[in-house]
Ligand binder design. Sequence first.
Ligand SMILES: Cc1cc2nc3c(=O)[nH]c(=O)nc-3n(C[C@H](O)[C@H](O)[C@H](O)COP(=O)(O)OP(=O)(O)OC[C@H]3O[C@@H](n4cnc5c(N)ncnc54)[C@H](O)[C@@H]3O)c2cc1C
Length: 378
Amino acid sequence: MNRYDYIICGAGLAGVSSARILAEKGAKILILEKLSHVGGSVYDLLDDSGILVHKYGPHIFHTNNKKVFNFLSRFTKWNKYSHKVEAKFPECNVPVPFNLKSIEKVYGAEKAEDLLNFVKKEFGTDTVSVMSLVESKTPELSALGKFVYDNIFLYYTVKQWGKKPSEVDPKTTSRVPVRFSYDDRYFTDEYQGLPLESYTTMIKAMLSHENITVKTGIDALKRVKLENGKIYFDGEQTEAKVIYTGETDRLFGYCFGRLPYRTLDFKFETYKKDSFQPVATVNYTVSEDFTRITEFKKLTLQKKDGITTVMKEYPRRYEGKDGEIPYYPVETDESRKMYGEYVKLASDYPTLILVGRLAEYKYYNMDAVVARTLELFE
Ligand SMILES: Cc1cc2nc3c(=O)[nH]c(=O)nc-3n(C[C@H](O)[C@H](O)[C@H](O)COP(=O)(O)OP(=O)(O)OC[C@H]3O[C@@H](n4cnc5c(N)ncnc54)[C@H](O)[C@@H]3O)c2cc1C
């Protein structure tokens, strides 16, 4: 073990970018990954019909952070994909974020123009949050806000977070924009796309460094133990720093209780046709048990005729059973307090570093995870 300066638990984006940054500074790194593959949530692979799919949910890279983009661009080229999402209504699909195209589809072109004029007059900007519309003095805008809230957010949020409609706090959607322009891109970030080949290829390129050793299929918590401010590896005290990217409550044996999460069941379906739906992701905002369907070929821009694979996402409560993956932290005052207690405990271990979406109990986008590792280790 003395050969390693860092033991990294987890080979997701947080562990892998930490490893690469530190390896380039001359540190010797050992990464232990529980799963049989590297990449964590961004892992992708070819399915039985040769379609490149994202095993743990669709991932679209987007950022305004040039440093993050430049760092990752050393390990991959990008495709030119710009994310488009529609919401499935009974009569037709409408683009989301709700924009002038959506308004025209629902209300017709003439009324859309009236609404645009009302917005210019009252707000003087072309992007207004749903809640500002709901609370608008202009009855037509307030009705539009209510329509968008009820038909785009309410049921989707109920499914995503397992709440009753009455429990959904309107404030949770208060920052969601309605665009009074024809810009129907889901993300407006300067840099967006998917790795030209695959996320897994990018991750493997990041790991390809003489100072990095990766071992998959190993639960790090079977080898790394924390006791009285000291860290032990395979029973011997280690001077190596430990970067931990797994669940923090599990690291400490759930001593303050389990942090609540939502998990997802994914259902893949392959169809013998060129195309399944008009855009990569269709959100089911007023019907169905699943939240959305994503068609992978439309994200990856893979050329393959006569066959396509889609994925349905079913959110539910995470119970910590074998094989279940915690995806979304359920942030409440109580869970934040519990996480705070774990962090306090972690501070007894000066050579322990918690990084990433699980260890920091935070919803991080990919760019934010990489930004965090650059900030910590560069
Ligand atoms: C459904 C879904 C869709 C998403 N879509 C997007 C998107 O479109 N764009 C975007 O920017 N972000 C997206 N994200 C967020 C993105 O997945 C994360 O920001 C990023 O992957 C987090 O990386 P991470 O390394 O922190 O965590 P993870 O990818 O979860 O990696 C943690 C790794 O640690 C391993 N591990 C845990 N415990 C142990 C242990 N004890 N021993 C060994 N290994 C262990 C796990 O197996 C895992 O491989 C999405 C997230 C989800 C859930």
